[in-house]
Structure formats: C-alpha cells, structure tokens
Design a protein around this ligand. Structure first.
Ligand code: DOR
Ligand code: ZN
Length: 347
C-alpha cells in the first residue's frame, strides 16, 4: 500500500472550544499534530494570561493518556488590551500570539476591535515584545459584499498595519483570495498566511450549488474557483510564507442546520488526510511536509518537531457525526470517502 511519512505537523490555527465539545474534538487534533495555536474566541473571550493558563489546563486534561500534544495559547485583542498584559504574555511560557478579530466579523467576535487604528499602541507593544499578531482579515461593513470583505480588508487595514509595524510578525489567517495571496507573497518576511483544507479543496459551489450546504459555510466564505487555484498554488509552491492552519471550528449540528447557521467547518477529524488529498490532486505531495511541519514552526521561531506521522492510501468513510450523549458535530465530508488515512504517529 502507498504510504507517506512526514515529520509530525502542527496546526497553526484551530478552535477547540471548551466543556463537552472540547472533550469530543481534542483527541482528533492531538493524534495528528504535536502542537496547535488555540484560538481565544470563547464566550467570554480569553483576554488575559491568567485566563489562557486556565484554558490551557482544561485543554491538557482533555488530551488522551499517552498522547504528546502541546497547546500554544493566544489572547484575544480588544480595545482594552493593556501594554502590561502584552508584556505579561511575552514573559509567559504559555502565550504565543494575539488574535485580532474585527468586531462582528465572525463567531464570538463581538468583543473584538471596532477601530483598528485605536489599538495601534497595543500593536506597537506586541512588536516591541516580539509577539506575533494573528488577523481575521475581513471588513465588517455591512455594505461590503461578503465575497469582497477579505480583499477590502487587505487594502484598507492590512497594508496600513504592515507599513506602520515593519517588525511585527503578522499572520493573515485562513486566506481565501488571490489578492490576499499576492499581498503576502510580495510583503516582507514578517508577513505569512495560513490556509485551511476547505479553501484548498472546494469553491463556492460546494456551499451554494444544488442546495445550501451549511457544513461548508465558514468565514471568510469559500470563494470562486480561480481563488481556490491561487491558494492551492501558494500552498504547494514551497514558499515558507504559507503554512497549515485548519481553522477547524466545531459547532453543534443543530446550530449549523438552522435558518441562520453558524460559520465554521469541522475538519480536525481528518485534517492531514484532507490536505493530502488537495496536495495529491495538485501532484505536489512532496511539498506537504514543508507546509504542514516546517514553515509554521520556523515562522513562530519554535523548533521543528522530531517525530513522524504516516498516512496510507486507504479509502475510508467519514462518520455522519462525532459526539455522544446527544452531542453531535458534523464533520467536513460527513458520509463521504477520503482516500488517505492516518496510520500512526511516533513522537
Ligand atoms: O468560520 C469560522 N468559524 N470563521 C471564524 O473566523 C471563526 C470560526 C468559529 O469560531 O466558529
Ligand atoms: Zn478561526
């Protein structure tokens, strides 16, 4: 059987939630990835080092026995984030970045930033303390077409941030457009981007053609085919500015399959398998290891992992849902076949 062994990867952008959902999803990530950058958009958001430490403990308690997994915590930027908190984050061994959500842009972003220039002092403190800024790059202007919100954010906000803070390491998270890819490619070495499996595998027809498919609805929304091709080209190019970040975002099935469904695709159950499928279709499996296991660690200035994971070419069917005792999370490609399967990992 065909197999693929790569250095154990990391997930540089994931939502694992808390409570029963955390217990349902975390094992999926921990068996694939050695480390993961944990998003702070809980309710209430994780805004302080003390809250991040409590959340990290909860995550560590959910790691299956014998599995080696390290959560890398982030803090949620608000208009009230202080320079003292940023210094404390830099001095902690738990917090690895700050996340900027424009207020109202996505799930649990109400406490986010309404006026980005107003938080420039916080960005200056992050630059000084060498803490990366992670950005949900979409404008929130209701007049702006949802398919244009990332492109407009890049032009109106990202360009300005990068100009003002040339030494601030910045990740434009889950890029979805040709314009975002081009911006990252031409910007300096301090600017990188993560790419999700759904944006590499699907275009907007998956969300909207032949019926509305809520499990493919995430933010930024999946765009048209030419954008998918630009993302795939970037991911498989070997350019270290582009690395793996699933944005796996579990929501209860009942909150997705409703008149106004939540944004987020759950992909942690088969993250690496989904990326392998995308890379194989682009005839670029040899580029998967850099994207999944090297470039993110290098950008965050962390050591590369030393263990390995092995995938085998062996078709399996994704379950209809994950969860027990009435809890249900519908995964990406539920009920459909995937051609790669994670075999084992060695730490
Ligand atoms: O689709 C999304 N879901 N995009 C985000 O930015 C947030 C995420 C979530 O937390 O559900
Ligand atoms: Zn996210």
């Amino acid at each position: 059987m065909k197999t693929l062994t790569i250095t154990r990867p990391d997930d540089w952008h994931i939502h694992v939630r808390s409570g029963a959902v955390l217990k349902t999803v975390l094992a999926h990530t921990a068996r694939q990835f050695a480390r993961a950058i944990i998003m702070p958009n809980l309710k209430p958001p994780v805004t302080t080092v003390a809250q991040a430490l409590t959340y990290r403990d909860e995550i560590l308690r959910a790691v299956p026995v014998g599995v080696d997994f390290t959560p890398l915590m982030t803090l949620y930027l608000t208009g009230a984030t202080t320079a003292a908190e940023i210094k404390a984050a830099a001095e902690s061994d738990a917090v690895y970045a700050f996340k900027l959500y424009p207020a109202g842009a996505t799930t649990n972003s109400d406490a986010g930033v309404a006026d980005i220039t107003a938080i420039y002092p916080a960005l200056a403190a992050m630059e000084k303390h060498n803490l990366p800024l992670l950005i949900h790059g979409e404008v929130t202007d209701e007049q702006c077409d949802i398919f244009d919100r990332e492109r407009v954010f890049v032009d109106t906000h990202l360009r300005a941030i990068v100009e003002h803070f040339p030494n601030l390491r910045t990740v434009l998270e889950h890029v979805t457009t040709t314009e975002a890819v081009q911006f990252v490619q031409t910007a300096g070495d301090t600017i990188a981007a993560t790419i999700t499996p759904q944006h590499l595998l699907f275009n907007r027809n998956a969300v909207l053609a032949g019926g509305i498919r809520p499990h493919y609805y995430c933010l930024p929304i999946i765009k048209r085919e030419r954008h998918r091709l630009a993302l795939l080209a970037a991911a498989t190019s070997g350019n270290p500015k582009f690395f793996l970040g699933t944005d796996s975002a579990p929501h209860l099935t009942s909150l997705k399959e409703t008149a106004c469904g939540c944004a987020g695709c759950y992909s942690a159950h088969a993250a690496l398998e989904l990326y392998a499928e995308a890379f194989e279709r682009a005839d670029a499996l040899d580029k998967l290891e850099g994207f999944a296991s090297f470039y993110g660690a290098d950008f965050y200035r962390l050591p590369r992992n030393t263990g390995t994971v092995t995938l085998e070419k062996n078709s399996w069917t994704v379950p209809a849902f994950y969860g027990e005792n009435g809890l249900s999370i519908t995964p990406l490609k539920a009920g459909e076949a995937l051609s790669w399967k994670l075999q084992h990992y060695q730490s």
